[in-house]
Design a protein around this ligand. Structure first.
Ligand code: 4AD
Ligand code: MG
Length: 484
């Protein structure tokens, strides 16, 4: 007999056919009602046992967390909340869970803090919150591929181990096969990477962008979707040392087209979640509502989770230049009253997350795209604008800022002019010999091109309403934490 999944079963009509379902016990009430979950949906299946017909020894083993196999008939439910339930004819306990052990874990049926759940990351997926988040994460991954595949992009696997620093920010994890205790030294007494596995210094990638550019300049439209690594010591609710990034790169596309692409893409995947994750989002909306009830009214959001998702899908993102953004910030109340930690005094200041959040949450009250940033605070590969009258140097960069999240996308039109790029790299101390291949692209049929990177976990945070990025990735890696 075929085993069924609970998601499908809950949609089906009562029938005389026997069905078999495997799952984990969420609760067992009155020796009669098993709430069974198999991960296919947030909903549990009610399985009704006539305890008179079952051995007591067997019933004793039906405990919270146990894996069981249930055989029975689908009948109309007498109880509230579900259309059908299972009248059980047979139960097999596949894997027991000792109640005394369960009591010490997050499987015990009571409210646990997200911090406590994080300590037991191998079990937390058995909870409603995490199963809802991770099912949504899975659907969003699919939506990412669907969007790009439908729109003629090629999925490109950029390398995980690289010999270059794509962001030029020096936040890399080294990859080495050398003995950490006694590495081979060269004549100057430094570690001799010529003796290392790759015969040079290598690291985990911080971004697949530079490699993606080479592919865009042949395939036209490409995207990457893979893990990226940053050794930045940021202990915040929005930073991970290992995160997944989506990086489209498109030939013959300028910055305006790049902004259109980012906006269209985000709206598509958000809509996909609204349409395909209704049960999970409904649960997560209620969770967020309960969580916010504990906060002062001024910190609660005005919209519910689904209202926020609909808002993003249905409204245009506001586009403002960096220069306009600085003017708004300078005149803003928190700046004048010195409420910001970093006061904005002049053009050229880097925007901190407090400024980004002010613009998005207080000033514009919608997603914002800031473009044309000062060249000095952005990466070497961004297209230099012609100088303005007052000689301010800006680059064709863009950041998409989201409510509650801050920066969700960073991107740019790329510098396609060989001489300008070379000069920028020299000025910024980017090693030309290591990135000769990147410069080469500008010698053989160079063209305007653009792309961006979207932090997948920040997207999942936005869609699920989870406040901490550690709770939207299965096994988070952060400073001081790489358990499991
Ligand atoms: O702004 P970033 O550093 O841009 C790049 O890496 C470009 N090479 C992308 C490109 O143009 N192809 O990172 C892009 C996005 C950020 O906007 C943010 O959403 C996410 O990646 N991100 C992080 N997410 C989680 N943890 C971190 N430590 C992150 N650093 C960046
Ligand atoms: Mg950025």
């Amino acid at each position: 007999m075929q085993t069924n999944n609970i998601k499908d079963l809950l949609q089906s009509e009562p029938s005389l056919h026997e069905v078999v379902i495997n799952g984990w016990v969420r609760s067992f009430r009155s020796n009669r009602f098993i709430a069974l979950n198999d991960g296919s949906t947030i909903k549990n299946l009610q399985c009704v046992v006539d305890f008179e017909n079952f051995e007591e020894a067997l019933l004793k083993k039906i405990t919270v967390g146990a894996a069981i196999k249930v055989t029975g008939n689908i009948v109309e439910s007498q109880g509230k909340g579900q259309k059908v339930e299972i009248q059980v004819t047979e139960v097999e306990v596949l894997g027991e869970a000792d109640p005394e052990e369960v009591k010490k874990t997050i499987l015990s049926p009571k409210r646990h803090s997200l911090e406590f759940l994080r300590e037991q990351a191998h079990l937390r997926i058995r909870t409603n919150t995490f199963s809802a988040v991770m099912r949504t994460r899975s659907k969003l991954s699919f939506a990412v591929h669907e969007y790009f595949q439908k729109n003629g992009f090629n999925y490109m696997h950029s390398p995980i181990i690289t010999g270059s620093d794509a962001e030029g920010a020096g936040e890399m994890f080294r990859v080495t096969g050398l003995d950490a205790k006694s590495p081979i030294l060269n004549e100057e007494g430094n570690v001799d990477f010529k003796q290392d596995f790759f015969e040079k210094e290598t690291n985990l990638t911080v971004s697949g962008q530079l490699e993606a550019e080479t592919y865009a300049m042949a395939l036209g439209k490409v995207y990457t979707f893979g893990p990226t690594f940053r050794a930045e010591n940021s202990n915040t609710s929005r930073h991970l040392a290992e995160f997944w990034m989506i990086e489209p790169e498109v030939a013959f596309l300028d910055l305006d087209g790049n902004m259109d692409l980012a906006e269209d893409f985000i709206k598509y995947v958000v809509n996909y979640a609204i349409e395909h994750c209704a049960d999970d989002l409904h649960f997560l909306e209620q969770r967020l509502f309960d969580e916010e009830k504990t906060k002062p009214t001024s910190e609660r959001s005005e919209m519910s989770l689904l209202e926020k998702l609909n808002f993003v899908r249905d409204n245009n993102f506001k586009r403002v230049s960096y220069t306009e953004a600085i003017e708004i910030l300078k005149r803003s109340k928190p700046n004048q009253k010195k409420k910001f930690k970093y006061i904005i005094n002049e053009w050229g200041a880097d925007l901190q997350s407090e400024h980004e959040r002010f613009l998005v949450e207080k000033h514009f009250k919608c997603p914002v795209i800031i473009y044309d940033y000062p060249a000095d605070i952005k990466s070497f590969y961004m297209r230099l604008n012609e100088n303005t009258q007052d000689d301010r140097k800006t680059v064709r960069a863009m950041d998409v800022l989201f409510p509650g999240i801050g920066e969700i996308v960073g991107g740019a039109q790329r510098e396609e002019r060989y001489d300008v790029l070379k000069q920028r790299m020299e000025e910024m101390g980017i090693p030309l010999d290591e990135l000769y291949w990147y410069l080469d692209l500008r010698k053989f049929g160079t063209a305007v091109h653009s792309g961006f990177g979207l932090g997948f976990e920040r997207l999942v945070q936005f869609v699920t309403g989870m406040g901490n990025i550690r709770d939207v990735i299965p096994f988070p890696r952060t400073p001081g934490n790489a358990s499991f």
